[in-house]
Design a protein around this ligand. Structure first.
Ligand SMILES: NC(=O)C1=CN([C@@H]2O[C@H](COP(=O)(O)OP(=O)(O)OC[C@H]3O[C@@H](n4cnc5c(N)ncnc54)[C@H](OP(=O)(O)O)[C@@H]3O)[C@@H](O)[C@H]2O)C=CC1
Ligand SMILES: Cc1cn([C@H]2C[C@H](O)[C@@H](COP(=O)(O)OP(=O)(O)O[C@H]3O[C@@H](C)C(=O)[C@@H](O)[C@H]3O)O2)c(=O)[nH]c1=O
Length: 281
């Protein structure tokens, strides 16, 4: 089976490449030009597509909505229509930020969406376009992605922890940190399953376990990295950001386990692997 992924420099895309997936960068297919992405698919001989490219700057999106909409909303639609035309499946990655974060129960895939900001709204537009395309698809919503590469909370904490001995971190946002490696493996499994069984099309959740607050996640990062940094819990109201984040980011991943045999990965093990990679001489 030949898999092709949009995204080359991103966290998940780099892990996909490590698994042998061919990745396509901005130079070959720019998602701000949806037609170029469709043309790329028309010309490829890949028999399944993974979309791991996205506009992921949550705060910047608040002032760059048009670009975020094209990349996160319109391009996935064009990619999905091109997949439908060729009869090949698409695995499209989405986010917990499509929910409003109300309550404390894990969100099921069919729970009503209500994004709080531009990033979540544009990602939801992408989901809707994929669903409407007629392509065999899996929309895989994940959360709090970390890896040894790119920009993520683990790397931010390591940078800040090297400069300071105390930090304040929000403790009222709860979710499942997820390693990019685990997401890449899930995408490949789902692409293969979809290729032989289009009836598996749908929306699925996949996040690391157990669910924690950002503050608790930070504490474990520092402990595992051997850094002595005092983390003080604060409410989100004490950490104002341009984009509002959901308080509840828990995802109900049961359908992913039932449909594809993919269990929630323990993020603590993934974190240890990522720290080992970062600290490798
Ligand atoms: N990061 C997170 O915490 C979470 C991410 N997700 C989703 O997971 C997926 C993968 O995210 P992640 O690996 O973290 O992303 P990254 O932010 O690490 O990387 C984003 C990728 O998208 C590419 N990209 C952005 N704009 C364009 C464009 N116009 N044309 C072509 N490529 C573009 C980037 O390329 P370039 O380097 O050229 O800009 C980069 O390869 C995305 O769908 C994201 O929404 C879901 C939940 C959490
Ligand atoms: C650096 C820092 C952040 N924070 C807070 C801010 C925020 O609420 C939370 C996480 O911060 P970040 O900006 O790293 O996270 P953010 O960019 O919001 O991460 C999100 O990215 C997108 C792409 C997704 O799809 C989401 O699943 C999620 O992973 O931690 C602190 O409380 N103290 C700090 O020192």
């Amino acid at each position: 089976m030949s898999l092709l992924a949009f995204g080359q420099t991103g966290q998940v895309a780099k892990e996909l490449a490590r698994l042998g997936v061919q990745t396509v960068g901005r130079a070959e297919a720019d998602l701000s030009d949806p037609q170029a992405c469709a043309d790329f698919i028309a010309a490829t001989d890949a028999n399944a597509i993974i979309n791991a490219a996205a506009y992921t700057a949550v705060d910047r999106a608040e002032t760059e909505e048009a670009l975020a909409q094209t990349v996160n909303g319109d391009a996935p639609g064009a990619i999905a229509l091109a997949c439908a035309a060729k009869g090949i499946p698409l695995v499209h990655i989405s986010t917990d930020y499509v929910f409003n974060g109300a309550g404390q129960a894990p969100f099921a895939p069919d729970h009503p969406t209500a994004p709080l900001g531009v990033y979540g709204r544009t990602k939801l537009a992408g989901e809707d376009a994929v669903r409407a395309s007629g392509a065999a698809h899996a929309i895989l919503r994940t959360s709090w992605v970390f890896s040894a590469h790119g920009a993520n909370f683990v790397k931010t904490m390591l940078r800040l922890g090297a400069e300071r001995d105390a930090l304040t971190v929000v403790a009222d946002q709860i979710g499942g940190p997820t390693s990019a490696r685990a997401i890449a493996m899930a995408c490949v499994t789902m692409a293969k399953a979809l290729q032989s069984d289009h009836s598996k099309s749908g929306t699925y959740h996949f996040s690391g376990a157990p669910d924690v607050s950002w503050a608790e996640f930070a504490r474990v990062i520092f402990k595992e990295a051997g850094l002595s940094v005092l983390v003080t819990d604060i409410p989100s109201s004490d950490y104002p950001t341009p984009a509002k984040r959901p308080l509840n980011s828990r995802l109900d991943c049961a359908a992913t386990s039932a449909g594809f045999g993919i269990a929630r990965p323990d993020w603590r093990a993934g974190l240890r692997d990522v720290l080992a990679e970062i600290q490798k001489p």
